[in-house]
Design a protein around this ligand. Structure first.
Ligand SMILES: Nc1nc2c(ncn2[C@@H]2O[C@H](COP(=O)(O)OP(=O)(O)O)[C@@H](O)[C@H]2O)c(=O)[nH]1
Ligand SMILES: [Mg+2]
Length: 295
């Protein structure tokens, strides 16, 4: 697990290493400030992190670890997740954030690691290509899918997917949605309608509303997240494309600003490239880059 995070954070930590002194027990607060800014931690948050450091001029690895870890909200185990059938998850986020790919990764994981049966709902009916993309994934990972023609009502797809899961005794439902419509207002009302119709198909659904954020966008992802939270309410986050970005530090700002748990991070385009988020495993490579690796 630690190895995966180290690899994912490679670019971020390479960046840090260029300015960090390496192999030192303590560093100055000014140095820490520079390092965090370089890793794309937002300016306000850097100031706050420094504020929470001890009053001394220099800070230790454990000082930094304590403060960095404090920003992540722990994932509360959803008790219903194991008992409610079907457990319904609604996936949303802007176009290109990685929703459809992440759905494939989740389905793959639920099926192969958690031994759950899964059905997908292709409620991004805005583009034909989006429907076909999810259909291709469904075929590849061998899970059923409910889909319709481009332009058809996405709520109807969500309704049919949940109904089908109930009829067939399927454990998990994952519903894809469009990231862009003609207007922002359309997008908001469509998402709200999908949510309402899910609840009609089965009361209490969707059980978990997951926002997908593109990690390469760094802090820009935060304003998107706030907009989606206003529209529909966000229960949890998945951050994609953390492979290949030096903006790993943005996760601290995202976690702090949104106060929602990060469930997974995406680290590639393959169905296996999904990593359950682990705050310790995430913070250690960053500390290693700043202070040198612990013996
Ligand atoms: N490198 C990398 N690429 C990703 C990741 N997740 C998604 N992508 C790519 O990002 C692009 C957009 O993904 P897609 O799932 O279609 O986004 P959607 O519009 O939100 O459904 C595709 O080319 C994906 O292969 C990831 O974790 N890492
Ligand atoms: Mg998509």
């Amino acid at each position: 697990m630690f190895g995966f995070f180290k690899k994912v954070l490679n670019k971020t930590t390479d960046h840090i290493k260029e300015i960090a002194p390496q192999k030192s027990d303590k560093i100055s607060k000014e140095m820490l400030e520079d390092i965090l800014l370089e890793a794309d931690v937002s300016y306000d948050l850097v100031e706050e992190i420094i504020y929470y450091m001890p009053p001394s001029k220099t800070v230790s690895r454990s000082d930094v670890r304590r403060v960095l870890l404090s920003y992540f909200i722990d994932v509360e185990p959803l008790k219903q997740e194991e008992h409610i059938k079907p457990f319904v998850e609604l996936i949303f986020g802007i176009n290109g954030a990685g929703k459809t790919t992440t759905i494939a990764k989740l389905a793959y994981r639920y099926k192969n690691e958690l031994n759950k049966s899964v059905i997908l709902g292709a409620s991004d009916t805005f583009r034909a290509a989006a429907i076909e993309q999810l259909e291709r994934w469904a075929m590849r990972i061998d899970v059923p899918i409910v889909s319709t023609k481009q332009g058809h009502d996405p709520s109807a797809v969500a309704y049919d997917t949940i109904s089908s899961a109930m009829a067939k005794g399927i454990d998990r439902v994952i519903i894809d949605t469009a990231g862009r419509l003609h207007t922002q207002k359309n997008l908001a009302s469509e998402l709200q309608k999908i949510e309402r119709i899910c609840n009609k198909a089965k009361e209490g659904t969707p059980h978990r509303k997951i926002l997908i954020l593109d990690g390469t966008q760094g802090n820009a992802a935060i304003s998107q997240a706030k907009a989606f939270h206003e529209i529909i309410g966000v229960d949890a986050l998945i951050i994609t494309k953390l492979d290949g970005t030096a903006k790993g530090g943005a996760l601290f700002s995202i976690a702090k600003e949104l106060k929602k748990p990060i469930l997974y991070i995406g680290m590639g385009e393959n169905e296996k490239d999904l990593l359950p988020f682990d705050k310790e495993a995430f913070v250690e490579p960053i500390l290693d880059a700043i202070f040198g690796e612990e013996a």
